[in-house]
Every structure is written in structure tokens, then in C-alpha cells.
Design a binder for this molecule. Structure first.
Ligand code: PEP
Ligand code: MG
Length: 298
């Protein structure tokens, strides 16, 4: 059984029209690269940068971040590596950032909201990402987006960073910019957002909590916190149709991406990337290969 699964390590599921379906890894540190590669990860669909910021008693330097993102991009090239910019809030305090007391941290100052208010922290990360993008196929995605202005303001910060790096003579490249679809606002504004970004990635962990108004950490409402609920599936479908209309890619990096009961529906919706913990990759590769091969059979 395990040996049979292992045989899928180098399989690349492809639709009859030639579209590659990326089965990618969610990672939180470089320590997990080997496990992801051993499972046949076709790149990284979500690199959570929080751990880099939580591990130390100070904010990580630009050099340290550039080194980390560059190592990651090089390890998976030519497959894409999607690094998510800092997604932290009052529920997970870190050294070097003062968080206000909030009644509702999940509705508060977190993710892209905090980063745009702290351009010192955000620009350090963006500069590191521009520098690291010479090392492979690096993409960058923004968490918790709920308004198109957040994307536009980020773009102008990236332009500032690029100008600075050029003036300093520092080697740097470029990256595709995408967003997570994890707020209802991003779903309802998906057409407007799709016009501004290169890709979407559905974060079902947060999207489910916000669509169902059910705290993802509260066991009393865990029955409602289900990505297969018709309301959540309708939201994902709406984002997928907006991506298709705009001609951009859509993937998924929430935990639902590895749910065998939902994978066929995500493929039907047109998702071209499913990203998950390395332990789930082989089984999903097998399932997706079976589905796309069946679709190709005469
Ligand atoms: C998500 O919300 O689905 C997601 C992938 O991000 P996180 O679990 O880190 O919030
Ligand atoms: Mg999230």
C-alpha cells in the first residue's frame, strides 16, 4: 500500500488539455523541504512566514529573510514556490510588534492590514522577496485581503522597494503577486481583485470561519466549521468563476485541499493547484491522477 503510493512521487497529473495540476506543499520552515520533496511536492503552494518571525526575540533581518526565501525557491525550481507575506494578529503576539488589545482578534488588526500599517516591517519582507526571486520561481501572496486598495498599496510599496534596490545596486528579480481568498469580501469582489493580481489561492480554514461566522478555534461551533458546507462551496465556486473570467490561475492552500470527498469538485471548478501538508501529497496525487486519466480515456 505504502509502496504503491510511493510510485506516485514523480507523477505529474495533467488534464487532457495539457494543464498541469500542481499538488504542492504547505511549509512553515526550511526543515520540511526534504519531507516535501520525498513526497513528490510539485512546489510550495503556501510558505507560512510567521514562524520566521515568532522564532526569535527580534524581527528577522532582510538578509536572513532573503536567504530563507532564496533557499526555498532554489530547492523546488523550476516548480513555483508561493511565499505568503506575514499573517499575524493579536492572537499570536511576536517580539518587535506591539499589538492592541482586541475583543475580536480574528476580525482585527492582522495579515495585510497590520503589514500596511507597518511599512518598515512589510518593506523589509518585500525587499527580501525581490532579492530572493533571482533564485527560482518565486511567487508572493497576500493574506486576509478584503479590499482592492490593499493590493494597490502593496504594489506601490513593491515599486518603492524595487527602486531602492536598483539605486543600491542590489541584485533582485521580480515575482508574480497573488492573494488569498479567505474573506467573504474577497469572494464578492473577486472580479475586481482578479483584474489586479496574477493568481488566487483559496484559504478554506479562514474562508470557512468567516462565511459560516464560526470561530475556527471554538469547539462549540466546530460542526458549522465545515468547508463542505454548501455556503462555503458556493463561495469557492464564485471565486473560481471570477478567476476563469479574468484568465488567472486559482489554487487552494487550506486544509480542504486534501479532502478526498472534495478534491473532485475542486478539479471541476477549475483549480490547478492543491497545496497541503507533505503527509497528504502522495494520496492526493494518486486521486487526482485517477480523475484526470479517467477524463482523458475515450
Ligand atoms: C487558510 O486560512 O486556509 C490558510 C491556509 O491560512 P492559515 O491556516 O495560515 O490561516
Ligand atoms: Mg488563513
Amino acid at each position: 500500500e505504502r509502496a504503491a503510493l510511493r510510485s506516485y512521487r514523480d507523477v505529474e497529473p495533467r488534464r487532457p488539455d495539457g494543464t498541469l495540476i500542481h499538488i504542492a506543499a504547505n511549509l512553515g520552515s526550511l526543515d520540511e523541504i526534504d519531507a516535501a520533496k520525498a513526497a513528490g511536492a510539485m512546489g510550495v503552494g503556501l510558505f507560512r512566514t510567521e514562524l520566521l518571525f515568532m522564532r526569535h526575540m527580534h524581527l528577522p533581518s532582510e538578509d536572513m529573510q532573503a536567504e530563507t526565501y532564496g533557499t526555498l525557491a532554489a530547492a523546488f525550481a523550476p516548480y513555483p514556490v508561493i511565499v505568503r507575506t506575514l499573517d499575524i494578529g493579536g492572537d499570536k503576539p511576536i517580539a518587535g510588534i506591539e499589538f492592541p488589545e482586541e475583543d475580536n482578534p480574528f476580525l482585527g488588526w492582522r495579515g495585510i492590514r497590520m503589514c500596511l500599517d507597518r511599512p518598515d516591517i512589510f518593506k523589509t519582507q518585500l525587499r527580501a522577496l525581490l532579492r530572493a526571486s533571482v533564485n527560482g520561481n518565486l511567487k508572493v501572496m497576500l493574506p486576509m485581503v478584503s479590499d482592492v486598495g490593499e493590493v494597490r498599496r502593496t504594489r506601490s510599496l513593491i515599486a518603492e522597494c524595487r527602486k531602492e534596490l536598483t539605486a543600491e545596486g542590489a541584485a533582485h528579480g521580480d515575482f508574480a503577486l497573488g492573494i488569498m481568498i479567505e474573506t467573504p469580501a474577497a469572494v464578492f469582489a473577486a472580479d475586481e481583485l482578479a483584474a489586479e493580481v496574477a493568481f488566487f489561492s483559496v484559504g478554506t480554514n479562514d474562508l470557512t470561519q468567516y462565511v459560516m461566522a464560526a470561530d475556527r478555534l471554538n469547539p462549540s461551533v466546530s460542526a458549522l466549521n465545515d468547508a463542505s458546507h454548501p455556503a462555503v462551496m458556493a463561495a469557492i465556486g464564485q471565486a473560481a468563476r471570477a478567476a476563469e473570467r479574468a484568465g488567472i490561475e486559482i489554487g487552494m492552500c487550506g486544509e480542504a485541499a486534501a479532502r478526498a470527498d472534495l478534491v473532485p469538485r475542486f478539479l471541476e471548478m477549475g483549480l490547478t493547484e492543491l497545496s497541503m501538508s507533505p503527509a497528504s501529497i502522495l494520496a492526493v496525487k494518486k486521486q487526482v491522477s485517477g480523475i484526470v486519466e479517467k477524463a482523458a480515456a475515450p
